[in-house]
Design a protein around this ligand. Structure first.
Ligand code: AMP
Length: 219
């Protein structure tokens, strides 16, 4: 069977990152988050990090060539040979087209999962989101709080609010999604590749995972 490139698609705050982490455990394939990769580069202070920092803090997308290159480099590593999960990529038509060619050449079957969530829920959800600065674990003050307030269950580090999770930046990110990313839904629907839509609004992460596994025909 062809290895799968699972594309988790949806607005910021729709639960892509959470589902990607759960699916990684389940499927034992890498989770590739362009947002995480870019944040790592900012934290390391290298040239690329400096280049993208302002755009990210403003809630805008970084240039296609940068993310296309990051993903092409990552997916050609040996641990991706049996498949991988993409979270937050592609986000523009140009990215989707580059990815389609790349997946075809590398022999991966794209499978898109669209997590649908309405925007008022997203704003509330992102406003309560906290992240461990050491391991990247995500918490929600409402649905998945840490055991000790404000501290990571795994690392003990003090949790932080991501710079781009501030409310005015969230609105900017949702606008970028509407303008540049949402139109990809038509592209995916017309591509002929498997394309599934799920309601990500309600239910615990485990319940949403069960729906994802069910459309993917996983036990
Ligand atoms: P995320 O963690 O996926 O919500 O991404 C956080 C930020 O990283 C986005 O608001 C963008 O500034 C940038 N970013 C992540 N993935 C992409 C992408 N595929 N294309 C352009 N910018 C991206």
């Amino acid at each position: 069977m062809q290895p799968k490139a699972l594309i988790l698609f949806g607005p910021p705050g729709s639960g892509k990152g959470t589902q990607a982490k759960l699916l990684r455990e389940r499927l034992q394939v890498p989770h590739i988050s362009t947002g995480d990769m870019l944040r790592e580069r900012i934290a390391s202070g290298d040239h690329l990090g400096v280049q993208v920092q302002e755009l990210m803090q403003a809630g805008r997308l970084v240039p296609d060539e940068i993310v296309n290159q990051l993903v092409a480099d990552r997916t050609s590593q040996a641990d991706c040979a049996t498949g991988f999960i993409l979270d937050g990529y592609p986000r523009t038509l140009q990215q989707a087209e580059v990815l389609a060619v790349q997946l075809r050449q590398q022999g991966f079957q794209p499978v898109v999962i669209h997590l649908k969530v309405d925007y008022t829920k997203i704003i509330a959800r992102i406003a309560g989101r906290r992240q461990c600065p050491v391991c990247g674990a995500l918490y929600s003050l409402t649905s998945n709080p840490p055991q000790r307030p404000d501290h990571c269950d795994l690392e003990g580090a003090r949790l932080v609010i991501r710079d781009d999770d501030k409310e005015f930046v969230i609105r900017e990110r949702l606008e970028a999604y509407d303008r540049q990313t949402r139109p990809l839904l038509d592209y995916f629907a017309a591509s002929g590749d498997p394309f599934h839509e799920l309601d990500g609004s309600d239910g615990t992460p485990q319940e949403v995972l069960a729906s994802v596994c069910s459309v993917l025909n996983l036990e």
